[in-house]
Design a protein around this ligand. Structure first.
Ligand code: PMP
Length: 364
């Protein structure tokens, strides 16, 4: 038996053990091809099956309607920060951004670098991004080409619970750190994108779910071929060599979610996992202080601090010693962060809960 760490990494992060085992079993000889998936042609029948099956599983699991295209791109979510304004802001059209953390700031920054018109619908920066703005705080206009949100803020541990109505403008979401963690009202979004390395698989592939009619909006002939959404849509994401191994792992992770019963079951499990830790925080008489305001709390990233920096350090050192990996908070927030993505088992969360209770008793 291989000893596996309690992995709370923020991304790349834990993968289902069974998926890794299957990949290991198939590594030298994938389905009697006499070669690894990594050695297959991306134009082969075998790879085509993996690729198309991953698309249809995602469609099934997230209930994605027919009028959406599913693309597998490269360049991470970060390249989407550029591709979104490049493809969807023509002329003087305005991209409206809700700032809920560093990743949304970075998305806005790329639109500005491109010289596109932008505006900010709301920002909680002054509060160190400890909450998601209320829907009533958002300054939106039917004139906006799109409203861009970050559905889960990996660094601060905040998550949107409800999504804004945008009527005439498109709602575009960076869902890198919570896609596939719960059912989604896909029809409300014009486009969703997510780097795979949290809930979907290893890094290397970025999933884009985009409404087909938007592709006709990509009009500017000044956009380089590989940066156009329509290029990838027309070529079923095989315009150039895709990250084949990442797509293969994505396929396996999607099968795993389906076998567990789908995203509803995953969502229930995620709520139970997160409440193990939030309960400790709430019942600690202030020993553990959550960074996020309660109604903005993320089920994916639980962020907290101890009473002093010294105790933060001691906690992190002892946790590491006890086999809990990846609990350091992001450098911009400090403290601690436990990322509880889909593949982090209940047992790991339970063990961390016990460790937090014990640490508090010994150090308060
Ligand atoms: N958006 C969010 C919400 C993220 O958490 C991250 C990565 N942690 C990114 C974007 C950037 O993703 P990538 O590294 O795939 O470019």
């Amino acid at each position: 038996i291989v000893k596996r760490a309690y992995n709370f990494n923020a991304g790349p992060s834990a993968l289902p053990e069974i998926v890794l085992q299957q990949a290991q079993e198939e590594l030298l000889n994938f389905r009697d091809t006499g070669m690894s998936v990594m050695e297959l042609s991306h134009r082969s029948k075998e790879f085509e099956t993996i690729h198309n099956e991953a698309q249809s599983l995602l469609k099934e699991l997230l209930n994605i309607p027919e009028n959406y295209e599913i693309l597998f791109l490269q360049g991470g979510a970060s390249l989407q920060f550029t591709m979104v304004p490049m493809n969807f802001l023509n002329g003087n059209e305005i991209g409206n951004y809700v700032l809920t953390g560093v990743w949304s700031e970075k998305a806005l920054k790329e639109a500005k670098i491109l010289g596109r018109a932008t505006t900010v619908a709301a920002s909680t920066k002054e509060e160190n991004y400890s909450r998601i703005p209320n829907l009533s705080e958002l300054i939106v206009s039917p004139e906006d080409a799109y409203l861009h949100i970050t559905s889960n803020n990996t660094i601060y541990g905040t998550q949107w619970k409800d999504f804004p109505e945008t009527k005439d403008s498109m709602l575009i979401a960076d869902m890198s750190s919570d896609i596939l963690s719960k059912p989604l009202p896909i029809e409300r979004f014009a486009m969703i994108y997510a780097g795979a390395q949290k809930n979907l698989g290893p890094s290397g592939v970025t999933v884009v779910i985009v409404r087909k009619d938007l592709l006709e909006k990509v009009s500017s002939s000044s956009i380089p071929t590989v940066l156009r959404y329509d290029t990838h849509a027309i070529n079923n994401s095989l315009y150039n060599t895709p990250p084949t191994f990442s797509i293969y792992m994505l396929n396996k992770v999607l099968h795993w979610v389906k076998d567990l019963g789908g995203v509803k079951e995953i969502a229930t499990a995620n709520e139970i996992k997160a409440s193990l830790l939030y309960d400790v925080i709430d019942q600690s008489n202030g020993f553990y202080r959550g960074h996020a305001e309660k109604d903005s709390r993320s089920l994916m990233n639980v962020t907290f601090q101890l009473p002093t920096n010294e105790l933060d350090k001691k906690f992190l050192a002892e946790a590491k010693e006890a086999g809990f990996i990846g609990l350091n908070g992001h450098r911009s927030v400090g403290g601690c962060r436990a990322s509880l993505y889909n593949a982090v088992p209940y047992e790991a969360c339970k063990a961390l809960q016990q460790f937090m209770i014990m640490f508090k008793e010994e150090n308060q």
